[in-house]
Design a protein around this ligand. Structure first.
Ligand SMILES: NC(=O)c1ccc[n+]([C@@H]2O[C@H](COP(=O)([O-])OP(=O)(O)OC[C@H]3O[C@@H](n4cnc5c(N)ncnc54)[C@H](O)[C@@H]3O)[C@@H](O)[C@H]2O)c1
Length: 285
């Protein structure tokens, strides 16, 4: 299957990154969001990130202009009818994604692949709202998309081999490394990462060590680029809690129960870097 035209739903943090890497790899991209203002903000972010590449001498001004020219925006899902694949990166809410995929299934051409960048919603369940579950798949990009090498490719229960092979090949054309897994709560990345973060929060809660010590031990001792509490602040403590609840409910095992300290911080509005306060105080920085 030849894929040339890419639809991206959502122009937020992940959506604009996905549009960026496809356009830079020579694909035509149609990026959709609920308002022109959101779409324009996404394009402005891509512009800024590409400019960084130009300033560092990694890309010419002409390449940057050509990349941006390959991205067109819209507010209508109908404008994605001719896309060979549509990758959804809208807000992480079941109702939002359900409605998007019902509409995409109706408007997209037969044979077009539908993919979701969801971090926590079942690919199998999303596929079931469409009449093409064999052409449905998870493409879980990592943040920031232009920098991170991995695409976690998630096979839903009904995902067909042709869809899987096409998405693996497409991911390689972006210069990324796709790695496959099956559809269970948290996939592999969050299933392994979030319990580690949760355990670090328990260690703080139980007075095993300070924030700085926990991060320092994990960073220097395990050769991690940043400590788990710093990483939690970057991800957003509300997002960490949400994913832990998905693991806890979806797998039914008490080992995934979110630490009470995490719940308390989220209740207080301490959401990490984005709110200025999490395990660290960003107002001071
Ligand atoms: N942020 C991360 O680190 C990360 C990593 C991997 C996967 N994800 C997943 O990617 C998806 C997007 O996350 P994000 O961090 O980019 O969120 P974000 O809030 O930055 O962006 C979401 C965008 O979706 C748009 N949107 C909302 N409803 C829509 C609709 N009905 N139709 C079209 N667009 C709509 C919003 O206007 C917004 O621009 C989520 O499913 C999330 O779980 C996030």
């Amino acid at each position: 299957m030849s894929i040339q035209t890419i639809g991206v739903i959502g122009a937020g943090q992940m959506g604009n990154g996905i549009a960026h890497v496809f356009a830079q790899a020579g694909f035509d991209v149609r990026m959709q969001d609920i308002s022109e203002a959101f779409a324009a903000k996404g394009v402005a972010t891509i512009d800024k990130n590409l400019q960084r590449g130009v300033d560092k001498g990694k890309m010419s001004a002409e390449e940057k202009a050509a990349t941006l020219a390959r991205i067109r925006t819209t507010t209508k899902l109908e404008d994605l009818a001719a896309c060979d694949i549509v990758i959804e990166a809208a807000t992480e809410k079941w109702e939002v994604k359900k409605q998007i995929f019902e509409t995409l299934d109706a408007v997209c051409k037969p044979g077009a692949i539908l993919a979701s960048n969801t971090s926590s919603i079942s690919i199998t369940k999303l596929a079931a709202v469409t009449k093409r579950p064999e052409a449905f798949i998870g493409m879980h990009f990592m943040n920031p998309v232009p920098v991170m090498q991995l695409i976690e490719v998630i096979r839903g229960l009904a995902t067909g081999d042709a869809t899987f092979d096409a998405v693996m090949e497409l991911s390689k054309k972006l210069g990324k490394t796709p790695i496959a897994c099956n559809d269970f709560p948290g996939f592999v990345s969050n299933r392994v990462l979030l319990p580690m973060i949760n355990e670090a929060i328990y260690a703080l809660y139980e007075g095993v060590a300070t924030v700085e010590s926990i991060d320092g031990i994990m960073k220097l001792g395990m050769n991690h680029p940043m400590g788990p509490l710093t990483l939690a602040d970057f991800i957003g403590l509300d997002t960490c809690l949400f994913i832990l609840n998905v693991l806890h409910e979806g797998l039914g095992d008490p080992k995934y129960r979110p630490c009470p300290l995490l719940i308390k911080y989220v209740d207080a509005g301490w959401l990490g870097k984005k709110s200025g306060r999490g395990f660290y105080d960003y107002a001071k920085a």
